[in-house]
Design a protein around this ligand. Structure first.
Ligand SMILES: [Zn+2]
Length: 208
């Protein structure tokens, strides 16, 4: 995932042509790389394209009659990177799991919130963490927050959670889940790095 990069003109959202931004209803600024690629294919905005695809999806959709509780009783926490297709990469089907994604697949308080609901209200028992090679967070530092403050006059309350060593970051993420008092099920937590070039997962030893 490559997202914000500082430049002399400030911070710009870089969106590869095959990737949707975090806010699908937002119009990308003119001149943003990839901003017009989707629209050029359809004559509408990228959201128009998504809505069109949904009509097609719904036309063949039959109510699967599923319960909200994930069939495999697993929650997957992963980076939002567009190259990571969790369902295909892990052989998951509709209804199998919870997927919780953010920039980096970082275990933030909000991820703990989702995991707590996942385990306590919706019956999941296992957690799978997935970071990946070539993550955008490897090229950022906490200086990013300072740059934001300089540009907009307000320092974000959140940490960037940038990292240099992806293996260590997976270990830290596993540790944050293991030490959360809110989660009743902490004995099946495994962490992996997904290789965006080979599609393979590499498991991380929590002990290092
Ligand atoms: Zn990433």
């Amino acid at each position: 995932m490559r997202f914000f990069v500082p430049s002399h003109r400030g911070l710009h959202l870089l969106v590869p042509t095959n990737v949707l931004g975090m806010s699908t209803s937002a119009h990308l600024p003119a001149g943003t790389p990839g901003a017009s690629a989707g629209a050029a294919r359809t004559g509408g905005t990228v959201t128009d394209r998504l809505v069109g695809a949904n009509h097609q999806y719904a036309s063949g959709f039959e109510d699967p009659g599923m319960d909200a509780r994930p069939v495999l009783q697993v929650a997957v926490v992963a980076c939002m990177d567009a190259r990571l297709d969790l369902h295909d990469a892990l052989g998951l089907a509709l209804g199998d799991c919870h997927t919780i994604r953010n920039a980096g697949g970082v275990v933030t308080d909000d991820v703990i919130r989702s995991l707590t609901i996942s385990q306590r209200a919706l019956g999941t028992r296992s957690v799978v963490l997935i970071h990946h090679t070539n993550c955008g967070l490897e090229s950022l530092t906490e200086e990013f927050r300072h740059e934001l403050e300089m540009e907009v006059g307000q320092r974000p309350a959140w940490a960037v959670e940038a990292f240099r060593d992806v293996d260590q970051d997976v270990r830290q993420s596993m540790q944050r889940i293991r030490t959360s008092p809110f989660l009743p099920h902490r004995d099946d937590i495994r962490g992996f790095v997904f290789d965006v070039k080979t599609g393979l997962l590499r498991e991380i030893d929590p002990a290092g």
